[in-house]
Structures are given as C-alpha cells and as structure tokens.
Design a protein around this ligand. Sequence first.
Ligand code: FMN
Length: 157
Amino acid sequence: MEFTMDIFKQFDKKWALLTAGNESSFNTMTISWGGLGTIWNKPVATVYVRESRYTHDFMDNNEYFTVSFYPEQYREQLGVLGSRSGRDIDKMNESGLTAVSAGESMTFKEAEVTLVCRKLFKQRLLPENMPQKIVDTVYADNDLHDMYIGEVVDILR
Ligand SMILES: Cc1cc2nc3c(=O)[nH]c(=O)nc-3n(C[C@H](O)[C@H](O)[C@H](O)COP(=O)(O)O)c2cc1C
C-alpha cells in the first residue's frame, strides 16, 4: 500500500471524516486530531473520539471504521459534519456528500483518499496521565476522549 501526505497538515489543517457503521446504519463526524503510524508491525490510523459523540457509539459497535480526506472545496460540508450531531439531524442528507461502501464500512464518493481500518485497540485518555494544563483546557467538562487504533487494511482513491 503506497501512501504519501504531509500528515501534520492533513489532520490539523485539512481535517478528515471519521465514519463507522455499515450501509444500513452509520455515522460520520469531522476530526482534526489523529495520526498514522506503525504498531505491532501493522500500519495503523489512530483517532480520538469524545464519549459524547454519536459517532462514539458506532466506533464501539463496529469492527471497521474509515478515515477519509477531502479536497478544499468540501470544507463547508466538513464544517457541518463537525458541528451538528447525527443524533439531531439527518447528517447524510444535510451534508451534501454521497455515502458509498468502503470494504466493511462506509465513506463518501467525494473523498480524495479513504483509509479502511479494522479496529485493534481502544483506550480512554485518562486525566491522571496527562499534563494538568491539558486537563484544565481540554477536559474542563470531563468529556474525555477514547483513543482508537485501527489497522489500515485498504487505501481507496
Ligand atoms: C475541525 C474539527 C475537528 C474536530 N475534531 C474532533 C476530534 O478529533 N475528536 C472529536 O471527538 N471531535 C472532534 N470534532 C467535533 C465533532 O466533529 C462534532 O462534535 C460532531 O458534531 C460530532 O458528531 P456526532 O455526534 O454525529 O458524532 C471536531 C470538529 C471540527 C469542526
């Protein structure tokens, strides 16, 4: 699998969509925290999902998820998917993106690239293991992140 990008800019500046579920039931949300790397001799994607997100339920209930990246022209759509919850609106119709299957999971036709990931690991990011300044600024409401590591099993373009 060949894959090249400026990974720091890719998440932080361009954002991505994290999608979990299957054709009959799935949800997606915008993410800008994440990473790509290697663990247990596997290529992996790591994402961080607060417990309050509707997508969190789908991450827990499905073995696969996707991380997908988009051309600049879809920034507005990513803004909607990152500010409204699938609990409150029909995200798929409001976003203007076209959902398509991606292996065992889902992505969107408009994606430049989609990483199909099989969940390997989940771990709560506990306040006692991080600097107090981060706890105070990011977790004042105690809405903690769970870290999910997925093996990248396919790259779709
Ligand atoms: C640019 C951007 C980046 C975001 N990154 C994350 C993230 O990495 N992790 C997270 O839990 N929420 C993140 N969010 C917030 C979720 O996308 C947002 O709460 C979304 O409405 C959740 O949708 P859901 O409830 O349908 O899952 C981000 C939002 C934006 C706009």
